[in-house]
Design a protein around this ligand. Structure first.
Ligand code: ADP
Length: 487
């Protein structure tokens, strides 16, 4: 099959979260299965500074959107054998961040990503690449299925192309004021309840949910959760309507990047049978973070976007409690102003056992996964979560709230007495979170029991292989739908 991935972020070129990990790794697997896979993303400033080798392209596009002339150039890089096309438009993408600053989103995000989606469809024609599948990710790419369904309805070029739309996080829907329609080059017909209108505004994700041939999200539990009023973020009704086209496929992680036996970013490589290597990583990490270099004190880690989703309401009241306990913590994160302030205020109080780094630092993330004993993910909701999967691989025992993908991948002794790989709690309260941490701390000092849990994690398989096969089936389902439509 000819498959095009369309994404607003792709690792290692530009990343703010798990979406980039997925779009940077799944294409490689599908390529290895024999498909012609290509990826397209915006050419951000961050891509240039990532050190990737970038080829200048000669192809470009020019079109009018909302009465304003727009130009884009195509550049190219690659992930192994997979071509990665980069859509260049300096005004829109040559900025310090992908989507905004801690104070909020860039006000022209609708224009930036509408331009990107329109450019993608035009560039495919310029390249004469007719994908069987266009696989879109999150609201930034929602206009692709929408435009194909309406503007390109009769277009022979895309007649045999099926769209797959993956929801990585339903909370981000791309909602903009009514006036944005015209600016994105869409006429008033789109402002109706069966298209993009949503409580007097324009909702791009809604449009994709209505128009993509096949929909999926990134774990089975989250797939069920988003069809409920509690977790459907206002789209549960529509998602239920489309339940026959909606699937849940758990993400994998790229074990060529995330493997403690070969990882070049960490201090010492190790496996589940050479755990002294993990202890060496802990010692170096403690030193680099300014923590006491004590071997048997438990080191708890958090590597995360700083957003309400990630459970900071639970962490906030616990921070002073944890600071007084016999443990160490390493927190690495960036994100919302509110939580940046919360953590920097706490840092100023100078708790000597808690290290806080308010930056996005890829290498430090590897070192923390390798050098810590426990990994905290008290998420309010979690579509899949990659942090816990990476932590499992590095023998860093996850303590998670039982929601979404966390419920599908972390098994507490209470759920799985034979083969637990972590600790979990259900109620979204600081008390339940604290209780789970205390249970973990207790087991930590019973070395045999602890190492069994840790090894179970290291040996569990969350590689992409089985999920990539499921995506292949999803693509076939999409193609069948298209064929049936044209019969
Ligand atoms: P989400 O996509 O919701 O942010 P995931 O757990 O799916 O959460 O993925 C987060 C990814 O981003 C992981 O690879 C994690 O290691 C990485 N990450 C998050 N914050 C940082 C940071 N401050 N520095 C480096 N890596 C980070």
């Amino acid at each position: 099959m000819k498959i095009l991935f369309v994404s607003s972020e792709v690792a290692p070129f530009a990343k703010t979260g798990g979406l980039a990990d997925v779009t940077g790794s799944l294409p490689k697997l599908l390529g290895a299965m024999g498909h012609d896979v290509r990826v397209i993303m915006p050419f951000y400033k961050m891509v240039e500074t990532s050190g990737a080798s970038i080829r200048k392209g000669r192809k470009g596009v020019e079109f009018s959107m909302g009465g304003v002339q727009h130009k884009g150039l195509l550049r190219q890089t690659s992930i192994g054998d997979i071509p990665v096309y980069l859509v260049e438009n300096k005004e829109y993408f040559y900025r310090d961040s992908l989507y905004g600053t801690p104070a909020g989103d860039y006000p022209d995000n609708h224009l930036r990503f509408a331009f990107f989606c329109r450019a993608v469809l035009q560039l495919l024609k310029r390249m004469d690449f007719r994908p069987d599948i266009i696989h879109c990710h999150d609201w930034q790419t929602a206009l692709v299925p929408i435009l194909l369904k309406y503007e390109h309805k009769e277009d022979p070029f895309f007649m045999r192309t099926a769209t797959i739309f993956t929801i990585h996080n339903l909370a981000f829907q791309g909602i903009f004021p009514k006036e944005s329609l015209v600016e994105m080059g869409l006429d008033q017909d789109y402002f109706s309840i069966d298209r993009l209108e949503y409580f007097g505004q324009v909702n791009l994700l809604k449009g994709a949910v209505l128009t993509a041939d096949v929909l999926n999200t990134v774990s089975e539990t989250y797939c069920s959760e988003i069809q409920t009023p509690e977790m459907g973020c206002g789209l549960n009704g529509l998602l239920r309507q489309r339940r026959n086209d909606l699937y849940g496929i758990v993400n994998g992680i790229d074990y060529s990047t995330w493997n403690p036996a070969t990882d070049r970013e960490i201090f010492k490589n190790y496996t589940s049978s050479t755990l002294s290597g993990k202890a060496a990583n802990k010692k170096k990490l403690q030193k680099s973070l300014g923590l006491d270099q004590t071997a048997d004190i438990p080191l708890l880690a958090m590597i995360t976007r700083l957003s309400a989703q990630k459970g900071f309401d639970l962490l906030e009241p616990l921070l002073p409690v944890l600071a007084a306990e016999k443990l160490q913590m390493a927190i690495l994160g960036t994100g919302d102003e509110k939580y940046m302030k919360l953590l920097s205020d706490f840092k100023e109080q100078g708790a000597s056992n808690i290290s806080i780094t308010l930056e996005f630092k890829a290498q430090l993330a590897h070192q923390i996964y390798a050098g810590s004993d426990m990994f905290l993910m008290p998420s309010h909701y979690e579509p899949c979560g990659l942090g816990q999967l990476i932590a499992l691989r590095y023998g860093t025992v996850p303590i998670v709230r039982k929601t979404g993908g966390l419920a599908d991948t972390v098994f507490d002794v209470r759920d799985n007495p034979k083969d637990p790989n972590g600790f979990s709690f259900t109620d979204y309260t600081p008390e339940a979170f604290h209780e789970a941490i205390l249970r973990a701390l207790q087991v930590y000092h019973e070395r045999k029991k602890w190492e069994k849990i840790l090894r179970n994690g290291m040996n569990s398989d969350f590689s992409w292989e089985s999920s990539a096969k499921k995506y292949e089936d999803l693509y076939k389902t999409g193609l069948k739908k298209i064929m049936a439509f044209h019969l």
